[in-house]
Structures are given as C-alpha cells and as structure tokens.
Design a protein around this ligand. Sequence first.
Ligand SMILES: Nc1ncnc2c1ncn2[C@@H]1O[C@H](COP(=O)(O)OP(=O)(O)OP(=O)(O)O)[C@@H](O)[C@H]1O
Ligand SMILES: [Mg+2]
Length: 453
Amino acid sequence: MSNILIVEDEPRMRRLLEISLGEEGHTVHTAQDAEAGLKCFQREAIDLILTDLNLPGMNGLEFLQEAKRWNASVPVVVMTAYGTVETAVEAMKTGASDYVLKPFSMAEMRLVINKELDVQRVRDENRSLREALGKRYHYQNIIARSAKMQEVLAIVERVASTNSTVLLGGESGVGKDLIARAIHQNSRRASGPFIKINSTAIPDTLLESELFGYEKGAFTGANASKPGKFELADKGTLFLDEIGDVPAPTQVKLLRVLQEREFERLGGTKTLKVDVRLIAATNKDLRAALEQGTFREDLYYRLNVVPIDIPPLREHKEDIPDLVNHFLLRFNHENGKRVESITPAALKILMEYHWPGNVRQLENTVERAVALSASPVIDVGAIQLDSGGRSDPAAGSPVLPEGMSLEQWEDEIIREALRRANGNKSQAARMLGLSRNALRYRLSKMGVADEAD
Ligand SMILES: Nc1ncnc2c1ncn2[C@@H]1O[C@H](COP(=O)(O)OP(=O)(O)OP(=O)(O)O)[C@@H](O)[C@H]1O
Ligand SMILES: [Mg+2]
C-alpha cells in the first residue's frame, strides 16, 4: 500500500480523507498548511500528494511548484472548489496529475487516487526495468534528462525499427521535427531519403501535386512531368508536417496511399507503388478537428497508429539547464564566441518562465543572450524574454502565465475542459461552471464549430 500526504486546512475534510484513505490500507500523513506539507514530503517517502489549492499562507499552487522541485516524479492530485476550474487547469500546467472538484464523493476521490497510483506503479516498473538493464535513452542532439522526455525516447526507440505510421503531437517548438528525424535516423531506412512537406506552407491547390507529382499537361503551367514527395521518399521516410491543415480532397488521397501504398501522379494513368514510412505531425488537437468534421476519422486512425505526444517545455523544466548548455555550445561554435556558462540568477529566470514557444523560444533566447553577452558568463541583463508584446510584465506578480493573453488563457481552459470531457460539451460546460449556451457562444468565438452535437 502507499504513503499518501494530505494537505488540507479544513479540519473536518482533512480528517474525513485521512479516515477514508486509511481504510483503503494506505498510510496517511496529514498537514494543515503547505509549509508543514513540504516538511513532511521531504522527510517521508511519499508516493502521492493530495492537496487543497486554497491554503492559508503559501497557496496550493506554490506548494505544488515546490513539491515538484523537490521530487517531480511524485503525482500530485489537487482539490479545488467547484467553479474555480481555472486554478485547477493552472495546477495541471504546473505539473499536477489530476484534479478533483469539491464537493466530491469519497468513491470519486478513491478512483482518482487509485488511478494515479496505478500509473505511477507502471512508470516505476518501467523505470526500474530500464535501470536494471542500465538503459537510458541517448540520441544525438536531443536533450532528454527528464522522465517525460525519456518516455518520449522510449517510444521512439521502440517504433524506429518498425514501419508503423507515427503521429507526433505537441505545441509549436517542442521538437516534433527533431523527433521525426531521430525516428528516421534510427530506422532501417536511415540510408534512404528523409523528405519533409509542410501542408500549411503550401497553397491547397498545390499540395496534391507536391505530394503525388504530376504529368506534363495535367494543369496549366505543367510543362514537364514532376515526381511528388511520395516518390522522392521511396525507401525512406516522408514527414508530413501540420497534417491538421490538409484539405479534405487531399485527405482522401492520403488515405488511399496509406491503405494501398499506391497512387497516380496528377493527370497520370500509371499506378505507382512506393515503399514509404509516414510520420505526421500536428500542433493542433486533431480530436477537436474530428469532432468538427474537418478531419476524416478513417484517416486519423490510419495515422494515429503510434501516437507520440511531446510535452511542452513547461512540463519538463528539469531539462532547461542541459538545453541551455547544449545551445551555448552550438552558438559559440557558430558565432566563434566564448560564452561558456550562465549565472544561477539568470538560469533561475529561465527556469521560472512559462515558455509558450517551448524549446524553440529557449533556443532563441540563448542565442540572443550569447550575442548580447560581453562576458563569458551570461547574466540576468543578457536575458530578454519577449512578453508577446504585452506591456509592463514587471508590475506585481503576473496574473497570467507570461506570454499569454487573457483570451488565449481562457481558450486553453475551455479546450482543456473539452478534452477532459472527451468532447462532451454539456459535461465541459458543467466543469467550467457555464451554461451550455454560454459555452457554445465561447466556442463559436474561438471558431470551434457546433454542429457536432
Ligand atoms: N529535446 C531537445 N533537445 C535539443 N534541442 C531541441 C529539443 N527539442 C527541441 N529542440 C530544438 O528546438 C527547436 C525547435 O524544435 P522543432 O523544430 O523540432 O519543433 P517543432 O515541434 O517541429 O515546432 P513547430 O510545431 O513550430 O514545427 C529546434 O532547433 C530543435 O533542434
Ligand atoms: Mg516543426
């Protein structure tokens, strides 16, 4: 059974949880504020933390941050009052594993806790298995000290040697390109071509001819025949970036290639067969697109054979010091400079930032710092974080995550609620404390179509 730490200021609730979880066979530690909670966490071998978000003194979010800093692998479940889902979502972004809205039933609470403990157990087993084999994953040019990135690499390792289609998901700048290349380089196709095509960068009308090629005279301007990317990628890997933006007619053709491995050039009659491994990437929630009917379900399932979700940088901040060193080396090399390290104060700024643009933004920030730094050690003055054009981020503690507008933040919360409700809008509305109509109005403002239900 497990060691559970409960942090809750309200005595009756604390007692109730203590008894109920104790009855389950867990060893329960309790604390009435964050400070006491932290002490206990640092002293005992805790397997899971259950904390209220609304605490006197250090609040629940700060507590969560501190706890994660101490040991990021211990799951933290947060409790928060109905109607304050925003804080719950913020807690999830800070690294909470799940949240429970008050008032809750003990059955519900036990369910969440058991689920978290199960997940943790599987992770631990995987980890100890790997450790027993001395296995940590190293890929050239990929920084992945954190457990989250190690998990990504573990899947990369398993999938690279197969021919499975891979769907890479993750926000902009998290490393989808990098991971796609790693899969190719570690596959049996490594000596074959790696061809990339970005559907957003190509006008809809040209995308098909780019993918499948065309014969002379297929359309005005087609003065000579041209092979498409699928042909070019034969015996290698085709990386389809921004798959969510592929228009409907092209989706049909893609589906056919995936099913039958054959196609014709535009205006051509000869059926071509190719041996191509497809890796697709998206920074959108393709599930939402499915719900809206803008992305074909059959294609989605063909693509989503092996999903790899790359976490945003704010969820694996432990990697920031390594990433900074990695980029320092690179930019020194590129610019012939000798900026060797970074002061603890400057690193602290980088560790605390929210990184809406993920690793790419960190990379740019380090590049700028190297350029600006007159000394061999980067200090606070050389760190410039663009706050997305918003004014005066220094005034008081930030209310919003840095780099986000209120609107973006609201949209995120709504999307998160929809995800948690598996797309069920009534349930999402309830989670958000909104009426269905109010949610519908907000969704339409966000450009999310409504006809789905
Ligand atoms: N784990 C990592 N280790 C080292 N470098 C990284 C890592 N993750 C990302 N990078 C670097 O960050 C930059 C952005 O990564 P990449 O282009 O792969 O992101 P992306 O997810 O494809 O972004 P987008 O959605 O905007 O296309 C690249 O220069 C990449 O080399
Ligand atoms: Mg990319």
